[in-house]
Design a protein around this ligand. Structure first.
Ligand SMILES: CC(C)(COP(=O)(O)OP(=O)(O)OC[C@H]1O[C@@H](n2cnc3c(N)ncnc32)[C@H](O)[C@@H]1OP(=O)(O)O)[C@@H](O)C(=O)NCCC(=O)NCCS
Length: 162
């Protein structure tokens, strides 16, 4: 049964108590395996660029159903330019199609822009139709095609930019 207009609230990552929710949401949905050091790399340096989405049941109990993790640093070529990067985005399959992914992206983008980002980039698999459509709807453009090889096999990614 689908839930009409779930009440969703977004909150910034508040530290270790939320880490299990972050990892659960990402590990079950993203094909790339991440270890604890990868999470720590992002969450220790840019906790303000990680947001969780929560839904609330009728008793007021909340459940984390989506997460986005980002980074903001100087452009690799050493210019003064600041560049945002969306590293991970995941919404629980039971809660997709309600605009939660779009809310998470908008929130992270706003925060990056406030932090001085002149551009925001990300990578997504070329056959990830839902993610590509979502990012394009929010204004991202496909910039380049990337061929990467991981322990779990090769992946073809589209690099996108806002
Ligand atoms: C990508 C993802 C985060 C979207 O979350 P969501 O909460 O469903 O996002 P929204 O509800 O805001 O928008 C979903 C959009 O995808 C579209 N969509 C869903 N499935 C689709 C498909 N198979 N083909 C094309 N578009 C699709 C929806 O129609 C909607 O677009 P619309 O509003 O223009 O109709 C979610 O699907 C997910 O977690 N996927 C697995 C992890 C992942 O791929 N992460 C991104 C890679 S970094």
């Amino acid at each position: 049964m689908t839930t009409p207009n779930p009440k969703v609230s977004l909150r910034v990552y508040d530290g270790a108590p939320s880490l299990p929710d972050v990892m659960r949401l990402i590990e079950t949905e993203l094909s790339e395996p991440y270890n604890i050091y990868t999470y720590r790399y992002f969450l220790h340096q840019w906790p303000h660029l990680c947001f969780l989405a929560y839904v609330h049941d009728t008793q007021g109990k909340e459940t984390a159903v989506g997460v986005i993790i980002g980074r903001l640093d100087r452009h690799m070529r050493g210019a003064r330019l600041w560049r945002g990067y969306i590293a991970m985005l995941s919404v629980d399959p039971r809660w997709r199609g309600y605009g939660i992914g779009a809310q998470l992206i908008r929130r992270a983008v706003d925060e990056m822009v406030q932090g001085g980002a002149a551009e925001i980039v990300l990578e997504t698999e070329v056959d990830n139709a839902a993610a590509l459509r979502l990012y394009e709807r929010l204004g991202f453009l496909r910039e380049k095609r990337l061929y990467r090889f991981y322990l779990n096999g090769g992946r073809v990614l589209d690099g996108m930019i806002l």
